[in-house]
Each structure stands twice: as structure tokens, then as C-alpha cells.
Design a protein around this ligand. Structure first.
Ligand code: ATP
Length: 651
């Protein structure tokens, strides 16, 4: 009986396919993807397969399937959510999903039950083996050999049995960098052009990445995990890569993206990445394990930038070790956006941030204390920004306005209130701030007589302009600031006690820069901020970082910002070295200079140094003993030693 036209056409297609493979084997140039060509060559040279001898899909016996599934049990559990999510994304398009182990055996499967028979016939089912050695070029098998995502579309398949299928597969790597599984998404019938599967390739690659991440988190949750992204926007929601670190900062595990990233920094091919396990983080990035707290989620993602040893930059998200995986932890308090960037893990600043967040929403006056340049006005603005409403932030420097003008500036005046006044009168700054925030900087310099009037505003929430009798009600948040010790001014009779008690109901004290435990974080953040404002990418050389961390910083953040700005202008090739730092930053100031320039806070810092030096000497360099004696934790002792450039001498 004569064959039907469909059978004849199928035979012709098979003949053409075999001829094409033979041409490629004889060295002819092919329009196929290079991954396909390489696989065809392997099929003949290594696997000894013959394109003229098609073989049916192979399904492993039940007992073997059970063994394969048992070995992959943990991964199947972790991958299941990813599989289901991907299946929903391609719902209604007749795709089937396969999770195969490293031998190519399908250990999990999701497909439309309505098509089970044709799927089974094509080998798209639980237990089917898709190794390249058995099946020839195919999505799962060729992905296992190449270790990369690919689409094997229709006649890309080596064996004519499978040339109807279109299979797109992505590898899943274990935390030690070994290929452990393959995620495959296949179609029984697909449109002719291979580009029709481009989206499938993206989806399957993204799903494999997420499964690796979930696997890393599940296996290494009792360790630090660092997640990476080139974009701050996706850092916290869909990172590109992740690594896990032990307590000393050595790499314990990684996702494939992590392996590619670290190998790239070290100038290696990712296939050599297994040697990365056990290496210290500092080999790859300008950071140590002590810096990890500065990269946790409390900071805005765009501020968590990290510089790699090859001068590239990446955004990071550090996740603290889960100490009690079984118990649910208390969720971390969510800070308003404007307050988030204030601390990089400094214990004093962390507490200050939390307190500021609580006070911001109230009408309680806040007093900011701290040396000059520690960021009092910056903090006041941040508090204002997290308040609801769109009132203005009005800053008044009580030390810089001439004494005779302060009253009229603050309270305003009515028409013709005094000689030289504007005929129509003038609104005072207190009224300007109505609905917003009045920031009274250098409140210690406010004349005594005005202090009484200010007290009335605070008590009665009313302001009476000069020359007027009718008070106006105002709703303002008052934040005052002083670098002076207001308590001492009260003792000296230069500041009203009643006003002092009203103002100091809520005091936030900013630490001196030299005291801050998050100095490195702050430094990197400021460099990044200042550099990006000038569209520059800048890295800090280790000698410059050392010089900066050892400087005394009497001018605090203001001085640091100035030093950075100068260094941004002086540096060459985008690297700030010791040479780019002005003399001030290279020579630590003398004790005399510190004593003269710094009032109360930094003296505390100086004595903190002396205390630490004494404790170190008396405890003979035993950090745990020092920590107990100073009643701080060991990590803080270590950070302070580093910051102050002290040497631990042991007997
Ligand atoms: N958290 C911060 N992040 C970035 N820049 C900051 C931060 N805090 C302060 N700065 C910068 O440091 C400089 C000094 O800050 P600010 O004027 O707020 O200090 P201050 O304590 O109010 O000083 P003074 O007591 O002299 O008035 C400013 O340029 C400010 O922009």
C-alpha cells in the first residue's frame, strides 16, 4: 500500500535532518546555534549515536525513579513552589514543566492532565531520562553538559524521534557550585521560528535562579547571606546572585549568579568557581565580616553599594544569620524612608533612629545635641520629611541673626510696629512654619528675654506678632539644636530652666564621627552620594581608608564631606588614594587640638579611647575580658580597636 502524503513528508524531513547532521559532521558551516552544533558532534564522537537509528524516549524503572526522587527530595521540595509559579506564568500555552536531576532523570513534572497520553508518548513524564548520552541533543541533556540555559527547538534535536518538540532548559546549581538539576519547559507543538521561545528562556532562567536562592537560604540560614543586584530597585525583591558566609567572613556557599560574580572579580571562568568556597570575602570585595551589619535592610537599597576588587560596583543586601530558625522572630521596626539612611549599624545611631521615628509623628519638641557638624540639621530635616502634611521646614540660626532682629524675625510684626518696619507688617518665621517644622539651631544663643516668649509659644501654641494684641494659633513641630551643653548654660544662669525642661523632654544626641562604629559604611555612603551627584564612579584605596579612619574628625561629618569633595576633585583614574586627601586627613590632630576644638561629646570619645587602651593593657589583650569590663559586646570592642587604630598586644 502506498504511504500517505503526511508519512512521505515526514520521511523526507527525517532524510533532510540526517543529511544536515552529516554535513555538519564533515565540517560544513551551519546556521544552527553553536551549542547545538557542539552537541551534535558530541552525540557522534562521544556518545556514539547514529542519527539514522532513532530511539524511543526512555523511562527508568519505578524502583530507580524512587531512588532518584529520594536523592533529590530536598531540592524537589524547594523547587516545587518555583515550578508551580512558572507553570502559572505559562498557563494555557500547553507547556509542560520538568525538573530533572543531574543524570537527566525527570524527578518532578507539571503538565495538563488533558494531554497526558501524547505527553507520555513523547517522553514528557515523570521518570523519563533525558541525558544527552541516551537521547542525543535535547534541552535537559545538552543543558547538563554545557551548564548553561538553552532552547533545543524542533530539528535542533539530534534524534528524529524528538524533532516535534521544543525544549527550553536552565541549569540549577548546588550551593557548592555543582550542577544539581535542570528546569525544563517543553512544548509538544510550537511555532516554527525558534525566537518564539525567547520568553520561555527568560522565564526558565529566572525560575532556576530563584530556586537556587531558595536552596541557599534553606541550607545556610544560620549564616550570613549576601544578596547582589546590579540595580537597587530589584535588590530586595529579585536579586541576581547570593553567597553565604561563615562567622569569619569565608565563603560557604553561592548561587550560580554568585559564582559568576565572584569568578568575574577574581578573573576566573565560572567553571573554576568551586575553588572560591572557603576564600575570605575580602579577597573579592572591599569589605570584611564586621561591615556586614551596615548592609542590612534597615538602609535604603541604593545606599548599600559595594565595591569589588576589580573596581566594579554592585548593590548588596546582607541578611543576618537566623539564630532560631524554628521560632518566629519579631519583625524589625520599619523606619520611615528619610530616617533609614542615618545609620549603618552604629548602636547609638540605631537607637536614635528608632527614637526619632517614634517622636516624629508627635508634637513633642525635640532637642538635638551633638558637636558641630555631627548632622543635627540633617537629622531635623529627616524628621520633618517623615511627618505627614506638606508644611515647610523653617531653619533659624539663633546665633547668626543679630539679637535685636531675632524677635521680629521669629514673631513677625504688625503694620508700623516700629521705626523701619515694613508698612504692611511681616509674617514671622514661627507663622511661616505653621503646619510644618521650626528648626531653632544654636538655641543656646537665644537671648534670655526671647526664651520667655518662645516658652509661651511652646506652652500655648500661639504667636503674637510685635505691635499686635491678638495671638494667632500655630501648629508646629519645634526641633531645637545646640552643640553646647544646655544643662551647663542653665547652671550658669544663661538659659531658662523652664524652657530647658520643656525642650529636653525628648533629647537626641548625635555621636561624634570618631565614635561611630559604622564609620566605614558612612564613608562609603558619602563617597557614593557625592560622586553620583557629579556622575562619577569612585573607589577608595586601602591607604586612604586607613588614613580617614584614623583621623580625629573634630569637624565631624561636615569636615568629612569637605575632605571627600576635595578628594573627588584631586583623584585620578577614579581611585582616591592617600595622596588625594588634604593634609588634615592624613595627620591625626594632636590631643591639644582636640581639647581646644571639641566641647563635651568628643571629650567623651577621647576618654573612650583612654578607657579602651587601659582595659586592653590590663586584660593583656583578651577581648572578651575587655568587653566584660567595659560592658559592651566583643564585636564592639573589636570595631573600636580597628577604628581607633589600637594595637592588641598579648603577653
Ligand atoms: N547622615 C548624613 N548623611 C549625609 N550627609 C550628612 C549627614 N549628616 C550630616 N551630613 C552633612 O554634613 C554636614 C554637616 O551637617 P549639619 O549641618 O546637619 O550638622 P550640624 O550638626 O547641624 O552642624 P552645626 O552644629 O555646625 O550647625 C552637612 O553638609 C550635611 O549635609
Amino acid at each position: 500500500m502506498a504511504a500517505s502524503p503526511a508519512i512521505l513528508s515526514a520521511r523526507r524531513a527525517e532524510g533532510d535532518h540526517i543529511e544536515e547532521i552529516e554535513r555538519v559532521l564533515s565540517g560544513a558551516v551551519s546556521t544552527r546555534d553553536s551549542t547545538v552544533v557542539r552537541s551534535w558532534l558530541r552525540c557522534v564522537d562521544e556518545h556514539k549515536l547514529d542519527p539514522a537509528r532513532p530511539t524511543e524516549a526512555y523511562i527508568v524503572p519505578e524502583t530507580q525513579l524512587r531512588e532518584h526522587r529520594e536523592q533529590s527530595e530536598r531540592l524537589i521540595g524547594i523547587a516545587r513552589t518555583g515550578l508551580e509559579h512558572l507553570y502559572r506564568q505559562v498557563a494555557g500555552q500547553n507547556y509542560v514543566l520538568l525538573l530533572a536531576d543531574a543524570q537527566g532523570v525527570t524527578v518532578d513534572f507539571l503538565g495538563d492532565p488533558a494531554f497526558m497520553d501524547p505527553l507520555r508518548e513523547a517522553g514528557l513524564m515523570l521518570g523519563s531520562e533525558w541525558s544527552e548520552a541516551r537521547t542525543g541533543t535535547c534541552g535537559v541533556g545538552s543543558c547538563i553538559v554545557a551548564g548553561e540555559a538553552m532552547t533545543i527547538h524542533q530539528s535542533d534535536h539530534f534524534d528524529t524521534t524528538h524533532t516535534r518538540l521544543s525544549c527550553t532548559a536552565a541549569p540549577i546549581f548546588d550551593t557548592n557550585g555543582a550542577l544539581t538539576a535542570v528546569l525544563d519547559i517543553s512544548l509538544l507543538r510550537s511555532p516554527q521560528p525558534k525566537v518564539s521561545q525567547t520568553l520561555a528562556l527568560h522565564l526558565v532562567t529566572a525560575s532556576a535562579r530563584r530556586i537556587e536562592l531558595a536552596n541557599l537560604m534553606a541550607r545556610m540560614r544560620s549564616n550570613w547571606v549576601l544578596r547582589f543586584s546590579r540595580s537597587p530597585d530589584f535588590l530586595d525583591v529579585d536579586p541576581e546572585a547570593a553567597i553565604a558566609l561563615d562567622g569569619s567572613g569565608r565563603i560557604l556557599g553561592m548561587t550560580h549568579g554568585g559564582a559568576i560574580l565572584l569568578a568575574g572579580v577574581a578573573g576566573l571562568d565560572w567553571r573554576e568557581a568551586a575553588g572560591i568556597i572557603g576564600q575570605p570575602l575580602s579577597c573579592f570585595f572591599d569589605m570584611s565580616v564586621d561591615d556586614l551589619p551596615a548592609f542590612t535592610r534597615g538602609r535604603a537599597a541604593e545606599e548599600r553599594i559595594l565595591f569589588a576588587r576589580d573596581a566594579s560596583a554592585v548593590f548588596v543586601h546582607a541578611i543576618e544569620p537566623e539564630r532560631h530558625p524554628a521560632s518566629k522572630r519579631m519583625p524589625a521596626p520599619i523606619l520611615p524612608q528619610s530616617l533609614r539612611g542615618l545609620s549603618g549599624g552604629d548602636s547609638q545611631m540605631d537607637a536614635l533612629q528608632a527614637k526619632a521615628a517614634k517622636l516624629a509623628g508627635t508634637d513633642i519638641p525635640i532637642l538635638l545635641q551633638g558637636e558641630t557638624g555631627t548632622g543635627k540639621e540633617y537629622l531635623a530635616r529627616a524628621i520633618h520629611e517623615c511627618r505627614p502634611g506638606n508644611g515647610s521646614f523653617i531653619a533659624v540660626n539663633c546665633a547668626s541673626i543679630p539679637e535685636q532682629l531675632i524677635e521680629s524675625e521669629l514673631f513677625g510684626y504688625g503694620p508700623g510696629a516700629f521705626t523701619g518696619a515694613l508698612a504692611r507688617g511681616k509674617r514671622g518665621l514661627i507663622e511661616e512654619a505653621d503646619g510644618g517644622t521650626l528648626f531653632l539651631d544654636e538655641i543656646g544663643d537665644m537671648p534670655l528675654a526671647l526664651q520667655a516668649r518662645l516658652l509661651r509659644v511652646l506652652a500655648e501654641r500661639e504667636v503674637t506678632p510685635l505691635g499686635q494684641s491678638k495671638p494667632k494659633t500655630v501648629r508646629i513641630k519645634i526641633i531645637s539644636a545646640s552643640h553646647r551643653d544646655l544643662g551647663q548654660l542653665v547652671e550658669e544662669g544663661r538659659f531658662r530652666e523652664d524652657l530647658y525642661y520643656r525642650l529636653n523632654a525628648a533629647v537626641l544626641t548625635l555621636p561624634a564621627l570618631q565614635q561611630r562604629e559604622d564609620f566605614d559604611w558612612l564613608l562609603d555612603r558619602l563617597i557614593h552620594q557625592r560622586a553620583s551627584a557629579q556622575n562619577k564612579q569612585i573607589r577608595l584605596a586601602p591607604d586612604a581608608r586607613l588614613a580617614l579612619s584614623r583621623h580625629g574628625w573634630p569637624g565631624n561629618l561636615r569636615e568629612l564631606v569637605n575632605v571627600i569633595d576635595v578628594a573627588l576633585s584631586l583623584n585620578e583614574d577614579g581611585v582616591i588614594t592617600g595622596q588625594d586627601l588634604p593634609a588634615l586627613a592624613r595627620t591625626p590632630p594632636s590631643r591639644e587640638t582636640l581639647n581646644q576644638q571639641i566641647p563635651f561629646e568628643a571629650k567623651r570619645s577621647k576618654s573612650a579611647r583612654a578607657k579602651l587602651e587601659t582595659a586592653l593593657a590590663e586584660c593583656q589583650g583578651n577581648l572578651s575580658e575587655v568587653a566584660r569590663r567595659l560592658d559592651i559586646d566583643r564585636t564592639t570592642v573589636y570595631r573600636r580597636i580597628k577604628r581607633l587604630g589600637l594595637v592588641i598586644s598579648r603577653p
